[in-house]
Design a protein around this ligand. Structure first.
Ligand code: ADP
Length: 229
């Protein structure tokens, strides 16, 4: 889960991020940010969690993030990005957001549990709101039928997916099977067993068992993956 969401952050290398709430989501985000080479300060009010994370983050601090003085003393104002990963305690999430806004942080992300939570967060200064549970639920719904092996949807119903090469493409080049004209999707990459993904070209020949990365409208990708026109 954390991997997907950290990829939404357009940080340049060396940016510093404060992650507030080291629960399952906040922890995953913090860990992925560390892997990407950023400085991460994790804050949680639970001592056990802070101990658990202290070895793995640049800093892990036990504190109540709704206390502005404490946050100021911790140097939170110097961070370029912050994410409020407090989910269930709505008041604590919003109070923390207000503190971060007061401290002048330029890029504040908030994990929201409900649309109401997200709307309020946006009104009181969140620059970005993410809905990990709702987004993951929607993603799994696409994956669960087994036609799509991986799937990322962008705005306006446009997506990229990993699928098994449909029978219509077998033993033909992409130019010969006219995938784009017939199905309205573009094959971006092709992977053969035990080989790396290759960029797809018109002359790329697809074999049974190949994996394809395709882009296009979500509905068309679903139809293509299911072998329907
Ligand atoms: P998840 O589902 O990702 O585990 P939770 O809402 O259960 O999310 O976890 C949020 C974390 O945020 C918890 O570890 C909790 O201790 C921490 N937290 C909640 N309120 C505060 C606060 N005011 N200050 C610091 N940490 C907090």
């Amino acid at each position: 889960l954390g991997r997907i969401f950290t990829e939404q952050f357009a940080f340049s290398a060396g940016d510093s991020v404060v992650v507030i709430g080291l629960g399952r989501f906040g922890g995953a985000v913090a860990q992925s940010l560390m892997r990407l080479g950023h400085d991460v300060m994790g804050i949680d009010r639970k001592e056990e969690l802070v101990q658990l994370w202290s070895e793995r983050l640049t800093h892990a601090v036990q504190a109540d993030s709704t206390n502005e003085n404490v946050m100021l003393q911790l140097g939170v104002a110097d961070f370029s990005h912050a994410i409020v990963a407090i989910g269930s305690d709505l008041a604590a999430s919003l109070m923390t957001l207000m503190v971060l806004s007061e401290l002048g942080i330029k890029d504040i992300w908030v994990k929201a549990m409900t649309p109401e939570h997200g709307q309020i967060a946006q009104r009181i200064g969140a620059h970005h709101v993410v809905y990990p549970e709702a987004d993951m639920g929607a993603r799994v719904a696409h994956l669960i039928t087994g036609r799509l092996m991986d799937f990322i949807e962008f705005e306006d119903g446009f997506a990229i997916a990993k699928i098994n090469a449909p029978a219509e493409t077998h033993n033909l080049t992409l130019a010969e099977s006219h995938v784009r004209a017939r199905f309205g999707v573009t094959v971006v990459g092709v992977k053969r067993l035990n080989e790396d993904f290759q960029h797809a070209l018109g002359e790329t020949r697809i074999l049974p068992g190949d994996l394809l990365i395709v882009s296009g409208p979500t509905k068309k990708i679903e139809l293509f993956a299911g072998g329907e026109k």
